[in-house]
Design a protein around this ligand. Structure first.
Ligand code: XMP
Length: 478
């Protein structure tokens, strides 16, 4: 009986294997890390920040998208607050700023001046019935009486562009005319928005950034499995991905609700978490991505408290094998400690990895900073820890007064900026792909071979027989 229950199954995780080096003609600088997070969302690096309240809010999501990955906003906040965050991220480096401060021709110079000060802008378009009549910039009102009207002081010969203007065309137009702000209008001279030189220069810095068709940064948001209202409101705010955030998505009530949510939104829907092929089989016909991991996370106690879970590398490989047949991308969520684990997750079939711990220590995470014995740390906690439970229904215990936690709360060392952390992680991954001879993520998934290793091999893999005196950026000392 026990033998049948065991069914010859063996569970492996990152530490149990190494990737075999193979004949290679690939140099790390020729490698593409382009991948898919979900059916319709592509990324430039295969790294995603976890929807945890000590990991992903506004700043993390912006940095992740600018670096080519994506942030998934956590859901331990009101719907209004989460929607506002999506709004702010979408506006953060948009090319055409659509919600612009405007004034009417009858407004006084003093009113315009106060608008400029309060909104920190140096030029205000003047509209009548939404038609662009002119623009007032600081130069136009310098030394001018506050009682004069906008119509008297505005520049009337406005240099403007049409909505389909490209970044390069807008740049050239502003550069040639020595202006900082370019109003955008439609064929009827109706005002659409504004392009600024400052915004263009900001965008140029992020060559790997991932953006939607309107040029805005991509962002995802987590929702509870039954929260249709939240899903609809996020969708209306143009969120790119909605992630059903649930400890056990192979629950038929969750699946029924997720299908209904999918029918009511236009954003991609990622569903999780799961860890078996059977669960994947029940989700692939409607999910745009599968989030894999039951209990591998650094703050998770699910496996200890419940005895349930699947070692993460086996979970990734099992789900990926099935999901590939249906063209559904897989997110390896939890348990990643080093860049080598990212390489192993992808080699096992994952399309992206989701990180909590490795990003919680960055300056962009919302966690509290704490100094312990002269060293800086940031707080990091499980979404099933006591401090969070009651706030979300990830572990189905909302509304109760006593909880059975499935996570812990603590701190992780401060690590600097997301950009620096991602540089190390993607650098390690590219080196791994060079060892395998894989020029892109798809060939890494296809070509990589594993070898099972012993505990002695793990000891050999880590630095040994040395007292480390200088901490390496990709090998933290605790
Ligand atoms: P890492 O290892 O990156 O894992 O810290 C982050 C992932 O862990 C999951 N998570 C939890 N799992 N109890 C759990 O069993 C929890 O309290 C908990 N909080 C987060 C989640 O999938 C996250 O992305």
């Amino acid at each position: 009986m026990f033998k049948e229950k065991l069914n010859g199954m063996e569970g492996l995780t990152f530490n149990d294997v190494l990737i075999l080096p193979a004949r290679s003609e690939v140099e790390p600088n020729q490698i593409s890390l382009n991948t898919r997070f979900s059916k319709n969302i592509s990324l430039n690096i295969p790294i995603v920040s976890s929807p945890m309240d000590t990991v992903t809010e506004f700043k993390m999501a912006i940095s992740m998208a600018r670096s080519g990955g994506i942030g998934i906003l956590h859901r331990n906040m009101s719907i209004e607050k989460q929607v506002k965050m999506v709004y702010a991220i979408k506006r953060s480096d948009e090319f055409i700023i659509r919600k612009t401060i405007t004034a009417s021709p009858d407004d006084s110079v003093s009113h315009i001046l106060s608008l400029m000060r309060s909104e920190n802008v140096s030029g205000i378009p003047i509209l009548k019935d939404n038609k662009l009549l002119g623009i007032v910039s600081t130069r136009d009102i310098r030394g001018i009486s506050g009682s004069k009207l906008a119509s008297e002081v505005m520049t009337k010969d406005v240099i403007a562009a049409k909505e389909n203007v490209t970044v390069d065309e807008a740049f050239k137009k502003m550069y040639d005319s020595k202006i900082e702000r370019l109003p955008i209008i439609n064929d009827k001279n109706e005002f659409i928005g504004m392009v600024t030189m400052h915004n263009i220069m900001e965008r140029e810095k992020y060559t790997d950034a991932v953006r939607d068709i309107e040029g805005r940064l991509l962002v995802g948001a987590a929702i509870g499995p039954y929260d249709l209202e939240r899903a609809k409101k996020l969708d209306a705010e143009s969120v790119d991905i909605i992630v059903i955030d649930c400890a056990h998505a192979h629950n038929m009530n969750v699946i029924k609700s997720a299908k209904n949510i999918k029918d009511n939104i236009s954003a991609d829907l990622v569903v999780g978490n799961i860890a078996t092929a059977e669960a994947a089989e029940d989700l692939v016909d409607f999910a745009d991505g599968l989030r894999v991991g039951i209990g591998p996370g650094s703050i998770c106690t699910t496996r200890i408290v419940t005895g349930v879970g699947v070692p993460q590398l086996t979970a990734i490989a099992t789900v990926s094998d099935l999901a590939k047949r249906y063209n559904v991308p897989v997110i390896a969520d939890g348990g990643i400690r080093f860049s080598g684990d990212i390489a192993k997750a992808i080699a096992a079939g994952a399309d992206t990895v989701m990180l909590g711990n490795l990003l919680a220590g960055t300056k962009e995470s919302p966690g509290r900073e704490v100094t312990i014995k002269g060293r800086l740390y940031k707080s990091y906690r499980g979404m099933g820890s006591l401090g969070v439970m009651g706030g979300t229904d990830r572990y189905s215990q909302v509304g109760q007064t006593k909880f059975v936690p499935e996570g812990v709360e603590g701190v992780v060392p401060f690590k600097g900026s997301v950009e620096d952390v991602l540089f190390q992680l993607t650098g390690g991954l590219k080196s791994a792909m060079g060892y395998v001879g894989a020029k892109d993520i798809e060939s890494m998934q296809r070509k990589a071979r594993f070898m099972k290793i012993t505990n002695n091999s793990i000891l050999e893999s880590h630095p040994h027989d040395i007292l480390i005196t200088d901490e390496a950026p990709n090998y933290p000392l605790y």
